[in-house]
Design a protein around this ligand. Sequence first.
Ligand code: ACO
Length: 377
Amino acid sequence: MSNELKRGLEGVLVAESELSHVDGEVGKLVYRGYDIEELARGASYEEVLYLLWHGSLPTRAELDDLREHLAVERSVDDEVLSTVRTLADAGDQPMAALRTAVSMLSAYDGDAESEGVLAEGARITAKMPTILAAFERARQGEATVDPDPDLSHAGNFLYMLTGTEPDAVSEETFDMALTLHADHGLNASTFTALVIGSTLADVYSCVTGGIGALSGSLHGGANQDVMEMLHEIDDSDKEPVEWVKDARENDRRIPGFGHRVYKVKDPRARILEGKLRDLADSSGDRKWLEYTTAIESHLADEGLVEKGIAPNVDFYSGSVYDAMGIPMDLYTPIFAMSRVGGWIAHVREYQEDNRLIRPRARYTGPETADFVSIDER
Ligand code: ACO
């Protein structure tokens, strides 16, 4: 047995997967062989869910079935929604409220143990946008908007969030963002879900754990951090490049840069940058585009990008959501709303040939210690 220690499990293979592949050297991402750029351009999030969950792109009839199924599952029990509203009133963070609500869903799922990962997973996937939109509405003092069975997954979320049917550009943009975030190999949150699934715990536990792992600033939380950075720059009297130089001198990490696997610009960042450019062209508001591109080219000039610390998906996603009027602290829960598709697909795939995931730590504590009872310490 090897005693080599791999900090952060870097480069360690723990499973085989047919779901997605990240080629970090050239900046390529595929879901079951399909290039992410083609999927982002040509497939809806529901088609991507079908691809991840069932192994192939759906026919029209298969897609209709999935859409109908999600429409039926979108409504959320009143008890859960009431808790969501209580959490909003108490000032809880949306990511924490989403985690609590997903965990709570299992209490209202009659067949939680018997239906299998995909059926329960589809149910959770359908309900997460409803929960998140209800949280935001409650926080704004607005009534919950019921899902509309005729709208897509992306369209429904925007509708439940604002109470108005989204225009085609917003729906398409949001749908593309969901597609881009749906899966990404064994990233930290997917691995968390997999570890939980490997114990044969239920899917609610897997997704709840995934949300927890995604919330951190080294992972999904970085999209909010990027937008906070952009606002910090805007509120300061500095130009973006000057601000970033100071931040680097003070050893601050630049959120949205760097990735464990990508050594070049993340393909998802490339696509989102293009989308941000389109949105800026049509609205005329170019501020965040100018800030982000100035930061990126400065860090490239500094040699950071050459060292493999390049923009990741989070660098541009926040600015796209901001252009759509979505509040900053919903960015990471939106990421979860999409990545849940990948978590479920991976748990299902892994459980087909399940083995408990149980690594070891190299023990560095004392060899022996003399026990002294509490009264004598
Ligand atoms: N800004 C400045 N320097 C950085 C950054 C950054 N964003 N990221 C990494 N580095 C530097 C580190 O300081 C370190 O330098 P050193 O070797 O001189 O000490 C070197 O790059 C390697 O960094 P590690 O943290 O060891 O790399 P790791 O692979 O563990 O981390 C991570 C990857 C966590 C994503 C890191 O790049 C980071 O903190 N980025 C900022 C947060 C972020 O954007 N997270 C989102 C990732 S994408 C996603 O999860 C959806």
